[in-house]
Design a protein around this ligand. Structure first.
Ligand code: FBP
Length: 356
């Protein structure tokens, strides 16, 4: 369904429901929509202009992943869109080791902007959908400028989160705590038009998404859970079909619209990253906020991702996200079969952050 409701008009109408609103959050959402349009323009022609955006930039990001030129381009677009607007007090990007301060020459604002400029970037050169993930907190520290403390907030304190998926069409999906809404970019007019109002995860799930090649690295509870998802066990199995693109945003987006669960468990055989590959601040917390707003749930296998107090910028968490009953079942299997993993994981999960 397409209406001529542009994202700008929709944001204004949402803002009218909050008479005390300053308009800063609305403007920050506009800026993210504009940044998404610019990144979308480059993703659609990545194969043509490899010297600018296609391929590897031979640099690595803070967690050792190879950086793609489009990663760096997307980071710069979002940074430059927000460093001078007096709406943001600090940023944090998956592509940067430390917090990204607002230049001293600019006034700061009340919001904290966290973003994964281009998730799934390893898929760029093979024309598989990629995405930008962003989330917004309020400033909590009483420091004159934004700080690490302002970035290390639990997901339950988010005021907004969203993503843009650059696929067969470009879609921006976001929530400010009043439901989840999807907008499709109409390139002929360059506008994001409301196409998916008030998205709710369908009660009857269809798919599960997991990289089966890691099965031998999973805990016994996770192995049993994934077998249960696909029909290896007695009657109550949901008999889901497997879909795994290897691009978190694309897998999440499909399951959000059609029902299902995305699973990226911890890895018993990876001492460097026992809690998997996905980052709490940039990936799992913002998607948990959206899934919960759409009637779903997100867990790290032990409990609600939105309750986790981050203790470092690039902290990772296992992720089970989608239909609530499917994710709760994962917690059940893990409680029943993975006591050893829980005992090893909790000290990492409950580490106290140091903001210095
Ligand atoms: P990046 O943030 O480095 O892009 O990694 C995240 C990601 O690419 C997800 O989009 C995807 O779901 C996952 O990694 C794929 O990982 P794997 O290849 O281990 O299945």
């Amino acid at each position: 369904m397409s209406t001529f409701m542009t994202i700008e008009r929709f944001i204004i109408e949402q803002e009218r429901k909050h008479p005390q609103a300053s308009g800063a959050l609305s403007n920050l959402m506009y800026d993210m929509a504009l940044a998404a349009k610019i990144i979308a323009r480059e993703t659609t022609r990545a194969g043509l202009v490899s010297d600018v955006v296609g391929g590897v930039s031979h640099k690595t990001n803070p967690t050792g992943d190879r950086q793609y030129k489009l990663d760096v381009f997307a980071h710069d677009v979002i940074y430059k869109m927000n460093d001078h607007t007096q709406r943001v007090c600090v940023m944090a990007s998956e592509e940067y080791e430390d917090i990204v301060p607002i230049p001293e020459e600019f006034e700061i604002g009340d919001y904290v902007l966290i973003f994964d400029p281009l998730d799934g970037s390893t898929n760029i050169d093979v024309n598989v959908s990629v995405g930008t993930i962003f989330s917004i907190f309020r400033k909590v520290s009483d420091a004159p400028r934004g700080t690490l403390e302002d970035c290390l907030q639990p997901g339950k304190q988010l005021v907004a989160a969203g993503y843009c998926v650059y696929g067969s069409s470009t879609m921006l999906v976001y929530s400010t705590g009043n439901g989840v809404h999807g907008f499709t970019l109409d390139p002929s007019v360059g506008e994001f038009l409301l196409s998916h109002p008030d998205i709710k995860i369908p009660n009857k799930p269809r798919y599960y998404s997991v990289n089966h090649s890691y099965e031998s690295y999973w805990t016994p509870g996770v192995q049993r859970y994934v077998r249960w998802l696909r029909d290896d066990t007695p009657a109550e199995s949901p008999k889901l079909s497997l879909r795994y693109i290897g691009s978190l945003i694309s897998d999440f987006h499909r399951n959000l619209l059609l029902g299902g669960v995305y699973v990226y468990p911890g890895n018993l055989h990876d001492p460097k990253h026992p809690d998997g590959k996905l980052r709490l601040l940039y990936e799992t917390a913002p998607l948990a906020f959206l899934a919960t707003q759409a009637g779903g749930y997100a867990s790290d296998g032990y409990g609600n991702i939105l309750e986790i107090q981050p203790h470092e910028l690039h902290q990772r968490t296992p992720l089970f996200i989608g239909n609530r009953h499917l994710v709760e079942k994962a917690e059940e299997f893990i409680q029943q079969y993975d006591r050893a993993w829980i005992d090893a994981y909790l000290p990492r999960r409950n580490k106290t952050p140091s903001f210095t």
